[in-house]
Design a protein around this ligand. Structure first.
Ligand code: F6P
Length: 320
C-alpha cells in the first residue's frame, strides 16, 4: 500500500493521539502517504481529510483527546454514507485505514473492509469494553483519574462522617467501577454484570461496617446501573448516615495519558501499519494474555468477555 488513512471514532480516550502518532510515523518511515480523517467516519463521508507527515504529529503524545476529533456517525451505517466514504477513499487513493475506537467503530471497519477498503481496528475507549481485547487505550488513564478524584472525595467524606455514592463511566462494562472501587477502598461496588441485591450488598454492608465504628463510606456505582441519587436517599434513610451522590461525568475522559496508555498506543499503532504494509486488512489489533495479537474483525466482534468475579469477590471481602 502506498496511501493510508487514520481516524478516531466513538468516545475519545487518552492515548488516541499517541496511537495516531505511531500510525503516521510508522507509515511515513516506510514510504507511505498518510491522511488524517477528521471526525471519524463523518470526515470520510464529507471528504474532510488532512495530509499528515512526521512533524504533524509532534508534541501530541502527552495530550488527551484526539487531534483528529471524533464522532459517532449514524450516516455511515447507511449504504449511501458508506458509498460516499468509498468515493473519498478512491479520490485520494486511500488503500487502507486504521480505525481507532470501540466495537461500534470496528463494525464500520468491517463493513468498509467488505467493500474493498482494508481496515485495521485499534481498541481505543476508556471503558475497557472491547470484547476481543484484554485492554483498551485510555483505560489506565481513566482509572487513575477516577482514583484521584475519589481520593479527594474521601477527604471531605471523612471530615463530615458522610457516605458518598459515586457514579463512574461505563455503560455496559463495570471494569472501571470494579477496579477503581478496589483502588479507593469502596465499601460496596455495584456493576451491571453482577446482579446486586441493594439491601444485602449495600445497606447491610454499611450497617455491618458501622458496627465496627466506621463512620464514612464510599459506594461506587457503574453508569450502566445508575440511580445514584435514589441510592443515596435510601442509604441516608436506612443507615442514618448523611449521604451525598456525585456523577463524575466526562472529566473521566480527559487528561494526559499514563505511560501505560502511551506505550500501548504506540505498539498498537505500529502493529496496525505493519499489517496494512503486508496488504492485510479486516483485522483488529488487541491485547491478549499480555501479548499484542490480531484477529479477524468479524471473529473479534462475536467474542464474549467475562467480568473478573474473583476481583469482585476480593473487593467484597476486604473492603469491610
Ligand atoms: O465510551 C466511552 C463513554 O465515555 C462511556 O463510558 C459513556 O457511556 C459514553 O462514552 C458517553 O458518551 P457521550 O460522550 O456521547 O455522552
Amino acid at each position: 500500500m502506498k496511501t493510508i488513512g487514520v481516524l478516531t471514532s466513538g468516545g475519545d480516550a487518552p492515548g488516541m493521539n499517541a496511537a495516531i502518532r505511531a500510525v503516521v510515523r510508522t507509515a511515513c518511515e516506510n514510504g507511505m502517504k498518510v491522511y488524517g480523517i477528521n471526525r471519524g467516519y463523518q470526515g470520510l463521508i464529507d471528504d474532510d481529510l488532512v495530509e499528515l507527515n512526521i512533524r504533524s504529529v509532534s508534541d501530541i503524545i502527552h495530550r488527551g483527546g484526539t487531534m483528529l476529533y471524533s464522532a459517532r456517525c449514524l450516516a455511515f451505517k447507511e449504504e449511501e454514507g458508506m458509498q460516499k466514504a468509498i468515493e473519498t477513499c478512491k479520490k485520494h487513493g486511500i488503500e487502507g485505514i486504521v480505525v481507532i475506537g470501540g466495537d461500534g467503530s470496528f463494525r464500520g471497519a468491517r463493513d468498509l473492509s467488505l467493500r474493498g477498503i482494508p481496515c485495521i481496528g485499534i481498541p481505543g475507549t476508556i471503558d475497557n469494553d472491547i470484547v476481543s481485547s484484554d485492554y483498551t487505550i485510555g483505560y489506565d488513564t481513566c482509572l487513575n483519574t477516577i482514583m484521584d478524584m475519589v481520593d479527594r472525595i474521601r477527604d471531605t467524606v471523612e471530615s463530615h462522617s458522610r457516605c458518598f455514592v459515586v457514579e463512574v463511566m461505563g455503560n455496559r462494562c463495570g471494569d472501571l467501577t470494579l477496579n477503581s472501587g478496589i483502588a479507593v477502598g469502596a465499601t460496596a461496588i455495584v456493576i451491571p454484570e453482577i446482579q446486586s441485591d441493594i439491601e444485602k450488598h449495600v445497606i447491610e454492608r454499611i450497617r455491618r461496617t458501622q458496627k465496627t465504628d466506621k463512620k464514612h463510606f464510599i459506594i461506587m456505582v457503574a453508569e450502566g446501573v445508575g440511580g445514584v441519587a435514589d441510592l443515596a436517599k435510601k442509604i441516608q434513610e436506612e443507615c442514618g448516615v448523611e449521604t451525598r451522590s456525585t456523577v463524575l461525568g466526562h472529566v473521566q475522559r480527559g487528561g494526559s495519558p499514563t505511560a501505560r496508555d502511551r506505550v500501548m498506543a504506540s505498539q498498537m499503532g505500529y502493529y496496525a501499519v505493519k499489517l496494512l504494509m503486508q496488504g492485510i486488512g479486516n483485522r483488529v489489533v488487541v491485547m491478549k494474555d499480555d501479548k499484542i495479537v490480531d484477529y479477524d474483525i468479524y471473529e473479534a466482534l462475536t467474542m464474549t468477555k467475562e467480568v473478573d468475579t474473583t476481583l469482585y469477590q476480593i473487593a467484597h471481602e476486604i473492603s469491610i
